[in-house]
Design a protein around this ligand. Structure first.
Ligand SMILES: Nc1ncnc2c1ncn2[C@@H]1O[C@H](COP(=O)(O)OP(=O)(O)O)[C@@H](O)[C@H]1O
Ligand SMILES: O=C(O)[C@@H](O)C(=O)COP(=O)(O)O
Length: 422
């Protein structure tokens, strides 16, 4: 068995996003939840190890990433891909730099690239500045993220603050000239002592030009976008069969702990479509009320009539006020635990098509459901595929699940996801 690409993702939605792009480019991919205890059993081209390491202490993120690296190397991975968010999410302490550095040290490599560009989802990098849609990162709503507020759009500066290695830039004029020019630029940057280069990319064509220049680079660090250009380096071409999943059935539900602008719109659209939705209040959880039991009692009689939504999704002022009263981490952890308990309860009550919104929230839910690995299916919206998994909460039965990144998906995502399966 030859594992071509070994991937380490810093959150669970990000992992399915990366797996989705690899599958669309023709790779057979498995996503594992955490580092597997066993060797790889399936014949696949890529494994994405999903960690929940984006917002934990840097030393823990490094330790978990190195453990994932050791497992991937033991499976023979020929190239390592560290996946972070397309909005470069990092806490003020910052995990992207320390994890990149530790992986470089472990792999004995003195150069890698870094680019969150993902044009399919309107994330573009120009002159080292990250745009989300038509605006700079720090004007996109990400400056108000509950856990990873991004207030500086200059990625060279953001990454340099997180690493001792020198950070440089491969700018759009070089990328536009193709792989040979990119390789020349890499050689020049290395000679100047640059260890990590941010790469400009404003289109899929840029990423496809970058791909061949990364062949043989031991470590690539990026959002999911760069993945579209890597399978071809291994002689792999797109194939429809890579995304086939078992038939779906069972009850449907959505749980959402994401507070992004996109998720707020998706919650409103689900309600406007006349579907049942229940908001949960973090302050009542903190006050000792069994909010999960309440939500499950609310949902149970409704499930037979179609998908329901349970959400803590709220606007930035409401989130700030809760965080002011409970503390940022405490509020996040408490809400995640509650939503995870609700997700588990829903699956125990027969839900077999589950939408989870939010990266941290997805991590908590997938762990609570007792899922060890996921098979990746077709893309619902860019970056968000349906997946299939055996879940301990379903008595070991199969479950269709989609992990929606906070910022991804059209406004109708919570209804579209179910019609897409039918
Ligand atoms: N109403 C709320 N008040 C405070 N924190 C919240 C609220 N709702 C959700 N959270 C927390 O905010 C964080 C959202 O992060 P995440 O799930 O990664 O979403 P996203 O993908 O949008 O970043 C989680 O830790 C979640 O528990
Ligand atoms: O790259 C992306 O934007 C996503 O794959 C991702 O990592 C999203 O994380 P959340 O916004 O926390 O869901």
């Amino acid at each position: 068995m030859t594992l071509l690409l070994g991937c380490i993702a810093d959150d669970f939605t990000g992992a399915t996003d990366l797996a989705n792009n690899l599958v669309r480019a023709g790779m057979r991919v498995v996503q594992t939840i955490g580092v597997p205890a066993q060797p790889l059993a399936a014949e696949v081209d890529a494994v994405v190890v999903a960690l929940k390491s984006r917002t934990i202490a840097p030393a823990d993120a490094v330790a978990q990433s190195l453990e994932a690296l050791a497992w991937l190397r033991a499976q023979g991975a020929r190239q390592i891909y560290f996946k972070y968010c397309s909005t470069f999410d990092s806490t003020p302490a910052g995990n992207i730099g320390p994890v990149t550095e530790a992986l470089m040290d472990a792999l004995g490599c003195d150069f890698t690239i870094a680019t969150p560009a993902f044009p399919d989802n309107k994330r573009t990098v120009f002159k080292g500045y990250l745009f989300a849609g038509d605006v700079l990162l720090n004007e996109s709503g990400m400056e108000k993220h509950p856990l990873t507020p991004m207030t500086d759009p200059n990625l060279v500066r953001v990454l340099q603050a997180q690493t001792k290695r020198r950070v440089g830039l491969i700018d759009h004029r070089v990328v536009a000239r193709g792989a040979a020019a990119i390789l020349e630029c890499i050689a020049a940057l290395r000679a100047e002592g640059v260890g990590i280069a941010i790469v400009d990319a404003v289109s899929n064509e840029d990423l496809l030009r970058l791909g061949p220049a990364l062949a043989g680079m031991p470590l690539v660090t990026a959002g999911s976008g760069v993945a579209i250009g890597l399978p071809a380096n291994f002689g792999i071409a797109p194939s429809a069969s890579a995304a086939a999943l078992p038939a779906s059935g069972g009850l449907g539900a959505v749980v959402s702990g994401s507070c992004s602008l996109a998720t707020n719109r998706q919650v409103q659209a689900f309600i406007a479509a006349g579907r049942p939705a229940l908001a949960i209040d973090p302050l009542r959880i903190a006050g000792g009320v069994d909010v999960a039991a309440e939500a499950l009692a609310w949902a149970e009689p409704l499930l037979k009539d179609g998908p329901v939504l349970v959400y803590s999704t709220a606007g930035s002022d409401a989130v700030k006020s809760v965080q002011g009263q409970l503390g940022v981490e405490e509020a996040g952890a408490m809400v995640e635990r509650t939503i995870a308990a609700i997700a588990r309860g829903l699956v125990e009550r027969g839900v077999r098509r589950l939408v989870v919104a939010g990266g941290e929230t997805s991590g908590a839910c997938v762990q609570a459901l007792g899922i060890a690995q996921m098979q990746i299916g077709a893309q619902i919206d860019p970056g968000v595929p349906w997946c299939h998994a055996q879940a301990e909460a379903a008595g070991g039965a199969g479950l269709h699940i989609t992990l929606k990144s906070g910022n991804f998906g059209g406004d109708d995502f919570f209804t579209k996801a179910f019609t897409f399966l039918e």
